[in-house]
Structure formats: structure tokens, C-alpha cells
Design a protein around this ligand. Structure first.
Ligand SMILES: Cc1cc2nc3c(=O)[nH]c(=O)nc-3n(C[C@H](O)[C@H](O)[C@H](O)COP(=O)(O)O)c2cc1C
Ligand code: SF4
Length: 792
């Protein structure tokens, strides 16, 4: 018999046989057996290791549940529900587990209570023991950032700053004095690419960002900010979370529930967007939930509650050196998933366009049916007007890059508050982005009470002048502009483009309609009324930036074809468009300051390279000075751009060599927006102050060897004209324009210069020292009583 291949033996050999058999078996199966033994050993180790901590855990009473945290007096972050925060409302709606439930789930043997429904997030967190002094020996630097268009958020942010200072004054060893920044003025690269560097090299300082933001469905500086956040996150050269070095951040949004009732309808949508991008850039360092308030109802309460929560979060970070676990938004898996999913959905879209408007904005808003019908009616009436237009349908154009955009929208939709506000102020909105309005001088001239300075300087009668703009949008937020909060602002043209013919016809229609309404006004002179029914001049300066409009050359050509002269005022922020501009009767650039810092304060430009743009525009103006009449318009604002700037202005004149320099005092309109921009009556210069400045500027130009002189004045509107000696002929100033010659020059198709349409001598009454009021008119005071003209 063979056993496993060996011959069978007697009983003596049986022991060997068995032994040999075992050995054979061992050799055959030793690896399997050894493996089984190791696995068993491991299982035993794991079992005992598991048993011990479990017993320790279950014996502890200290694990916080949401209920604990809420009821616990002195709970670390918050003791009461914070139902005002958007993130919480989001959670309340959601079926997903909240942060505390998640925190609990991460601890394997904590008993989970049934989830209350609807769930309320309290914003409180698991108590932590303060770290040792050495591990938390850095200090926290809170930085408040705000954005404000009409000034309310700015005021609230300032108040918030002082309240925060009060709340933190007893903790100065851990938290540094909070600082505040206007998002419109900071360099994003200093704060929103990497955290700033602390000046204090002795101590480790971590920054804590608090952002107070309104929302706007029109273009504001916040769009740039959002685009920057998004671009930074997507920039392949930068870490996707370059702000993870921050100690934390939190956002608070201001919105208006009257117009934007819910988040779906756009309530606080920009704060929501910023909060989302900050979460990505900081690697989920939301230290306190996004708060929000309706500016018409609960703003004090909402902001107060958020402030209390933020203070606790700040102190907590200061004490522990980090956000810890369980703070809403600090890294909770559910939230991260949500944001990542959104991000994934965004892949492949242009960061810029995506950041501009949330998808929510595209959803139909309240009254959308009515709006659509109104739009339809409006379109029909303009389409019929526009039958001759070569481009009847709206053209989607990116103004800066000339690339075609997919999505287009109206700049000023009929349903928008902007439309309502502008209409209320007397503007007639034409199409989707243009406006026309008759100014007070037109009314005044109709009644024989005087024209504006353009009549004294250039011979334009105000009653035959139309003031219009093909772009209600602007890229500045000048302190003296009374249209803040009503005109849209933006650096690029991203709206649908109405054809020039439609705008031209719409402007004339709107203008004549307003003139006709003057028919019954006491004092309107019949002959002037008759003359006014034929527009002779167009001031492209109403509001916004006319060269923003992509078809500005075609529009101006239409004016000229009907022998309507054109004065175009631009804000010196769009050099490419300025360079491409064809001749206008008179081309202006606004010179609102003499240096970069002052310009930033006065014009509050949206372009970050505003000064370079400004200087380029002056270069272009210099090149154009022999092809059209070029003008610097200085608007003097006391406390902003007068004091010690004379030499600087003279340098700019040397750079641009304009044909004329118009200097006028700012007009104060007493609106909350001017007040919000820090403007009061104190900032309005007296005429004496204007004339003193003009004399100083004239002397500075002379010192520089520049051939200029003070040519004319219009004391009534606080305006003085300095002119190049090119217009001083035979001992007389010739600031007036020969309009007929201008049109003939244009018709000839040949190159021509400003001298070719220089008019007769400036009337004596308009020249420097004579006041500038036409003796044929009657000067009246505010009550319409005849006024005695004071001559200096
Ligand atoms: C033209 C305009 C558009 C607005 N758009 C929105 C909006 O989309 N969502 C919102 O919640 N609030 C909107 N608001 C309300 C403002 O956010 C709110 O009035 C805020 O307090 C303005 O702050 P600020 O004046 O300090 O810039 C809008 C207000 C205006 C005048
Ligand atoms: S450039 Fe004109 S329209 Fe634009 S903000 Fe300044 S003053 Fe207003």
C-alpha cells in the first residue's frame, strides 16, 4: 500500500509513518496555517483594542448633541437658534443631516437621537478645552470688507466696526483691533489671492475676514469681486484654496425683500455667491454661517445676531488656534459635497459669465408675465420704427473683447427698479440701454430765462438742444454723480445692443414729447417753442458713458446727417473706444482729478488700471486735437479735487493739449446718494473759489509756456472757459462754433481741423469778466423774480 507515495511498513515503523505523515502535511499546508494564525492574532488584538475605548466612551456623559448645545448656558458659539441665516434656512429645508448630527455620526458609538423635524441648526458647536498658551499664542486680526453703491452698507459697516471694537476691547491680547476696507478700493491681489502678510513679525497673526455685502441685479463692483474669486479658484497656477491660511471668514448679505422676496428671486444672491466662493478659496473656513437681512424690515436684529455669533467665533478661534470641528461650514462633509457638486456642474463654463449672475437670476421673477407683455409692446413699437435699420435684432457683443456672447440681457429691463427710478426722475428710457431727458436749461431757455454755459461759450441755444445717452451704464461711480443706485455700472458691455436707428428715433420722440408738455407752462415763448421742435444740437452726456455703446459712430453719423451737432463727454476710461471715435463737433473728457489717488477718490472707477486708461485717453485726445475740438472738463469738488492740485492739472493740460478747458463747480443735488458718497453743501465751491482756481491754473499754464488764456465765463452755472490761443484771433476769442461749416466739412469727406469751423468772436457779454449772461434773456431767481446780475 502506498501512503502518500511511500511504501507501507510494520508497526514499529508506523510511528515514523505517522510522524512522516504529519511532516508531509505540515510542508504541504504550512503557509495556510501560518496565515490563519496571524489573522486570528490580529482579530484578537483588534477586539481588545476596540473593547477598551468603547467602555471609556460610553462612560462619558460629556458628548454634546444639538439639544445639549442649545440648552447649555454659555455654549461656545451660540445659545439660541439663528433663524436669520441663509445657510440655516437652507438646512431647514433640507433633509440632509445637520452639522451636529454629522459630528455625532463621525463618533461611532454615540447614540443618535431621532432627528427633529424640521431641523434647526443652532450654530453652536462641541465645546473644546482651550489649547495651551503656547499653541494659541498668535493673534487674530479681523478685517471687515464691505461693498456699497448707494452708501447704506458703508454706513452699516462703519457702525458694525465700532460695535465689534466695543465687543472685543477686553480681548485685545488675543484679537487685534478690527480694520475696515471698501472692496471697491482695495487691490484684490493684496487680500484675495493669498492672505495678507502681517506687519507684526514678532507674533503670528492670522486674519479673519468679515464681508458685509448688498446685492444688485445690475452691474456693480461686486461683479468684479465675484469674478475675481471665481477666477482665482480656477487659476491653474494657484492652489484652489489659496486663502486656507485665514483663521476664518463669514459673510452677511443685505437685500430687499420687496423686490427680491426669496433667494430664488435673487434675495441677497451676491452674498450667497461670495460665501460659496470663499468657502472654496479658504478650504471651508466658514467660521460663522452666512447671515442676511431685509433692509426694509429686520436689518438691525439680523445684523446684531450675526455680530454676536461672529464675536463668539472670533474668540473661539483666538482661544484654540483653529475652527475646530462641527462649526457650520468649517469642513462639514455634506456642505463640501454640495459645493463640489455645484463646481463640477460649472466646469466648462466661462468663470466670468458664470460669476456674473446666479442661475436664480435667470428664473422668472415676480410679475414676469406683465413684464414680458410690456417688453413685447415696446419691441413692437420700436421694431416698426426700425424698419430701415441694417441690424434690426439685438447684437450680443462683449464690449472690450468684441467676442460674441451667448447670453444677452437687457441693461435696463422694463421690470427693473433701475427703470422705475430713472423714469421717476424724468428720463425716457429708449429700448434697453438708452435714455433722454430735457434739462432745466432747455426749460429755462423756452421761457426766455437763459441758456446754459454752452450758449455763452459755443453759441448753442438750450431750447434746441437734446440731452441723451446711448448707454445708461458707466464704469465710474463719481462722488458727484446723482444717478448712483439708478444707473447701472460695469466695465464691459455685456448686454443686448439696440440698433442706433432705434435709439435715434426713440430719443427724438422722447425729447419732442417732453417739449410738447411744456406748451402750457406759463412764460414759454411761442417762437422758442416753435424752434424747439427742430433739434439742432445733441449733448451726449446725460448719464452713463456714451462711448460704451458699440455703435456710437453710427449713432453720431445719424445726428450729423440731420445737421444736429454733437458734444460727446466721456470719462477717460475707454481708450480703445476713444481712439476709434470718428469726428464729433466737440469731444470732452472728464478730468475729475489731477493724480491717481485723487481720481480714485473722486471717480471711484471700476477699472483697476483706471490711471493708465486715463493717461492713454489724454494721449489720444492730444492726437485728435487737430481733427476735432477737444475739451477737458473739470468738475471741482471742495475737499476732493481742488486744493493743491493746480500744478497737477496744468501737467495734464500739457499732456493732452486740449483746445479748451471747461472748469465748473460741482452741483449738489441733496440726495442720499451724494450724502452716501460723503458729499454735502460744504463741498460745493463758491463762484469766487472757482475763479481763484481758474486764475491759478491759467498762471500755472503760463509758467509752463503753454499758450492758453481765460476766454469766457458763465457765472450763473459756475463755469469758466480757458481756451488755447489757437482760438484767439485778431485780439479776440473765437470760442463759438460755425455749425454750418462743420457740416460742410463733414460732407466734403476730406480731413479738416477745428479751425475750419471756428465761429465768429465770442460775444462781449460772455467774455471773462462780464458774467456770461445773454442780455436778451431775463435772469430770475429761484422764485422766478428778476435778478440783478453782479459783475465782478
Ligand atoms: C437697482 C437695484 C438693484 C437691486 N438688486 C437687488 C437684488 O438683486 N437682490 C437683493 O436682495 N437686493 C437688491 N437690491 C437692494 C439692495 O441690495 C439694498 O438696497 C442694499 O441695502 C443697497 O446697499 P448699498 O446702497 O449700501 O449699496 C437692489 C437695489 C437697487 C437700487
Ligand atoms: S462719468 Fe458721468 S455718468 Fe458716469 S458716474 Fe461720472 S458723472 Fe456719472
Amino acid at each position: 500500500m502506498e501512503v502518500f507515495g511511500r511504501p507501507a511498513a510494520g508497526s514499529k515503523d508506523r510511528g515514523f509513518l505517522i510522524h512522516g505523515l504529519i511532516l508531509d502535511q505540515w510542508h504541504e499546508y504550512r503557509y495556510i496555517l501560518l496565515l490563519a494564525a496571524v489573522l486570528f492574532g490580529l482579530a484578537v488584538v483588534v477586539y481588545f483594542d476596540w473593547r477598551l475605548p468603547r467602555e471609556r466612551f460610553t462612560s462619558s456623559p460629556a458628548v454634546s448633541t444639538p439639544e445639549h448645545a442649545t440648552a447649555e448656558p454659555g455654549g461656545r458659539l451660540d445659545e439660541k437658534p439663528q433663524s436669520t441665516t441663509l445657510a440655516e434656512r437652507e438646512d431647514e429645508r433640507s433633509e440632509k443631516p445637520g452639522p451636529y448630527e454629522n459630528a455625532a455620526m463621525r463618533l461611532p458609538f454615540v447614540s443618535l437621537r431621532p432627528r427633529p423635524s424640521p431641523k434647526r441648526v443652532t450654530g453652536s458647536k462641541v465645546d473644546r478645552k482651550p489649547k495651551s498658551e503656547s499653541s494659541a499664542n498668535g493673534r487674530i486680526q479681523p478685517l471687515i470688507f464691505f461693498s456699497s453703491l448707494t452708501g447704506t452698507t458703508e454706513k452699516r459697516a462703519q457702525l458694525f466696526l465700532s460695535e465689534l471694537q466695543t465687543s472685543l476691547k477686553d480681548h485685545s491680547s488675543a484679537v487685534l483691533e478690527p480694520q475696515i476696507h471698501d472692496l471697491s478700493y482695495i487691490d484684490y491681489d493684496d487680500f484675495y489671492v493669498t492672505p495678507p502678510k502681517s506687519q507684526n513679525t514678532d507674533q503670528h497673526v492670522q486674519f479673519f475676514y468679515l464681508l458685509l455685502l448688498p446685492s444688485y441685479n445690475i452691474d456693480t463692483a461686486l461683479d468684479n469681486f465675484l469674478a475675481h474669486l471665481q477666477e482665482t479658484h480656477h487659476d491653474f497656477r494657484i492652489d484652489t484654496a489659496p486663502l486656507s491660511g485665514l483663521a476664518g471668514y463669514s459673510v452677511f448679505g443685505f437685500g430687499d425683500k420687496d423686490g427680491w422676496g426669496t433667494e430664488e428671486e435673487g434675495f441677497c444672491w451676491q452674498a450667497i455667491e461670495v460665501d460659496k466662493w470663499m468657502a472654496k478659496l479658504t478650504g471651508r473656513k466658514r467660521a460663522y454661517p452666512l447671515g442676511s437681512a431685509d433692509v426694509k424690515s429686520d436689518v438691525e436684529r439680523g445684523l446684531g445676531e450675526w455680530r454676536d455669533g461672529v464675536v463668539k467665533a472670533l474668540l473661539d478661534v483666538a482661544a484654540h488656534g483653529d475652527l475646530g470641528e462641527g462649526v457650520t461650514g468649517s469642513g462639514d462633509a455634506v456642505e463640501s459635497d454640495e459645493e463640489d457638486a455645484e463646481e463640477a456642474a460649472e466646469q466648462g463654463t466661462s468663470p466670468r459669465t458664470e460669476a456674473r449672475r446666479p442661475t436664480k437670476q435667470k428664473r422668472p421673477q415676480k410679475n414676469s408675465r406683465v413684464d414680458d407683455l410690456e417688453d413685447l409692446g415696446r419691441k413692437t413699437s420700436f421694431q416698426s420704427m426700425d424698419s430701415s435699420s441694417e441690424s434690426p435684432s439685438p447684437l450680443p457683443i462683449d464690449f472690450n473683447t468684441s467676442t460674441t456672447l451667448q447670453a444677452t440681457k437687457a441693461m435696463v429691463p422694463v421690470s427693473s427698479p433701475t427703470h422705475a427710478a430713472l423714469t421717476k426722475q424724468g428720463y425716457t428710457i429708449i429700448g434697453t440701454h438708452s435714455g433722454v431727458k430735457i434739462c432745466r436749461w432747455t426749460k429755462s431757455a423756452l421761457r426766455g430765462r437763459g441758456s446754459c454755459y454752452k450758449y455763452s461759450f459755443y453759441g448753442i441755444k438750450s431750447h434746441i438742444c437734446m440731452e441723451t445717452t446711448p448707454s445708461l451704464s458707466c464704469s465710474n461711480k463719481c462722488v458727484f454723480c446723482w444717478r448712483h443706485g439708478t444707473n447701472p455700472v460695469g466695465t464691459t458691455w455685456r448686454w443686448q445692443v439696440d440698433p442706433p436707428k432705434m435709439i435715434f428715433e426713440g430719443a427724438k420722440e422722447g425729447h419732442y414729447k417732453k417739449i410738447k408738455m411744456m406748451r402750457g407752462v406759463p412764460g414759454v415763448r411761442a417762437e422758442r417753442f416753435q424752434e424747439a421742435m427742430q433739434i439742432r444740437h445733441c449733448a451726449l452726456s446725460l448719464v452713463g458713458e456714451p462711448i460704451f455703446y458699440p455703435h456710437i459712430n453710427e449713432f453720431v453719423a445719424m445726428l450729423h446727417k440731420e445737421r444736429i451737432s454733437s458734444f460727446l463727454v466721456c470719462n477717460a476710461q475707454h481708450p480703445d473706444q476713444l481712439a476709434a471715435l470718428k469726428p464729433v463737433t466737440q469731444l470732452y473728457v472728464s478730468i475729475d482729478a489731477s493724480n491717481a489717488e485723487s481720481l480714485r477718490r473722486v471717480d471711484r472707477p471700476l477699472h483697476r488700471d483706471y490711471w493708465q486708461r486715463f493717461l492713454r485717453c489724454l494721449d489720444i485726445l492730444r492726437e485728435k486735437r487737430f481733427r476735432m475740438r477737444t475739451v477737458f472738463r473739470l468738475t471741482l469738488v471742495k475737499g476732493f479735487n481742488i486744493e493743491e492740485e493746480v500744478e497737477g492739472y496744468a501737467d495734464l493740460v500739457a499732456l493732452g493739449l486740449p483746445c479748451f478747458v471747461e472748469i465748473k463747480g460741482v452741483t449738489y443735488c441733496g440726495t442720499s446718494s451724494s450724502a452716501g458718497a460723503g458729499l454735502t453743501m460744504q463741498n460745493v465751491p463758491f463762484y469766487d473759489e472757482i475763479t481763484t482756481f481758474v486764475e491759478a491754473l491759467n498762471a500755472a499754464l503760463e509758467r509752463k509756456g503753454l499758450e492758453y488764456g481765460i476766454a469766457a465765463e458763465h457765472a450763473h452755472s459756475c463755469c469758466v472757459l480757458i481756451a488755447s490761443k489757437r482760438f484767439y484771433v485778431e485780439q479776440k476769442w473765437h470760442t463759438l462754433i460755425d455749425y454750418e461749416n462743420f457740416f460742410e466739412c463733414l460732407k466734403s469727406g476730406k480731413e479738416f481741423s477745428p479751425e475750419d469751423y471756428m465761429g465768429p468772436p465770442t460775444p462781449e457779454w460772455a467774455t471773462w469778466g462780464n458774467g456770461g449772461f445773454d442780455p436778451a434773456d431775463t435772469r430770475v431767481d429761484r422764485k422766478g423774480k428778476p435778478k440783478i446780475e453782479k459783475v465782478r
